[in-house]
Design a protein around this ligand. Sequence first.
Ligand code: HEM
Length: 338
Amino acid sequence: MLIAVVVGGAAAAFAYTAGWLTPDRVTPDKVVSILAPPGGPVLGYRRNHSKGICFSGSFEANGAGAALSKSQFFTTGAYPVTGRFNLAVPDPKAADSARVRGLSIRVQTPDGQEWRSAMISAPFFPVATPQAFYALQAAAHDPDPNAMKTFAAAHPSLGAFGAWAGSAPFTGSYADTGYNGLNSFIFTNAQGQDAAVRWSFAPAQTPVTVPVEELKKRDPDFLDKDITDRVAQSPQRWTMSVMVANPGDPTSDPSKAWPDDRRKVDVGTLIVSKIEPEADGPCRDLNFDPTVLPAGIRTSDDAFPAARSAAYSVSYNHRTAEEKNYPRTRTATQGAKP
Ligand code: HEM
């Protein structure tokens, strides 16, 4: 009898962890699966933001951020960066005219700590919670034409996002695009004082507006070619700005931008100095997990970073296990890519 109870208990625990008892729960596996394009996931690639181009460079801190966070990252100095420009698409062959661009960075400091961030070009997120993100994907993949209408009616932030996508100036380069972290984090300084913050990277290049119809006529890989040419000519720069919340600003909801009059501190410059091979360079086995943070930065009541961490891990585990599908850089000795 005791054995039956133990075995039964173990089976129930297994069923619980496998999610069989809570079929409505949004799990990281479900979220990653639903991101797949109609033909299924593209093996060997990131399950979202699949198209991109890797780079290396540095972050030059100007020291101003030290008042907000004790992380060595904000102490005056230059720290190595591995990063990736990317598009918010699940298909690595998508055209570069896709509306939302991303910038991912990993910064390493001499004290052995790391800071990872994956940002997008939109000024706010289309939905308020990870559950709503899943529901949005479900509606987008639903053959019922009313599914998106019903979702949009219940989630006004999606309409605001659509208005941004349709009206904000679009450009022809990763280099003149700005990127926003959107999620809120807590900085702690050397005196132990906390501040809720969000960060953004503003390009040194003046944005040159190009109509989307014009971008659609360009070569489907125009962004990769453009950034490769620009970086070969000279390093490309962005200023990192930290926005500090006023009491009461919504930290848990990245679909709500904070008012622009909030205190902003320019803390340093990202310098992209070398384009690296995307297929099998230093970004391939890197997971830009937004919860990899140094002491002096921690997550807030924003539920996204933890949900993203879990989903990125599932995606990473899939793509790094799909060895025979690994993208490889074509070389003269390897011949054509299989
Ligand atoms: C619950 C919401 C989200 C889910 C489920 C999700 C899912 C994913 C997945 C599966 C990947 C591929 C990870 C990998 O294989 O390494 C990814 C990449 C990425 N995501 Fe998200 N994401 C979410 C929210 C966000 C938000 C809020 C942002 C921006 C503020 C963002 C920006 C990015 C960027 C820039 C990348 C590319 C990272 C890289 O270069 O490796 N995502 N996302």
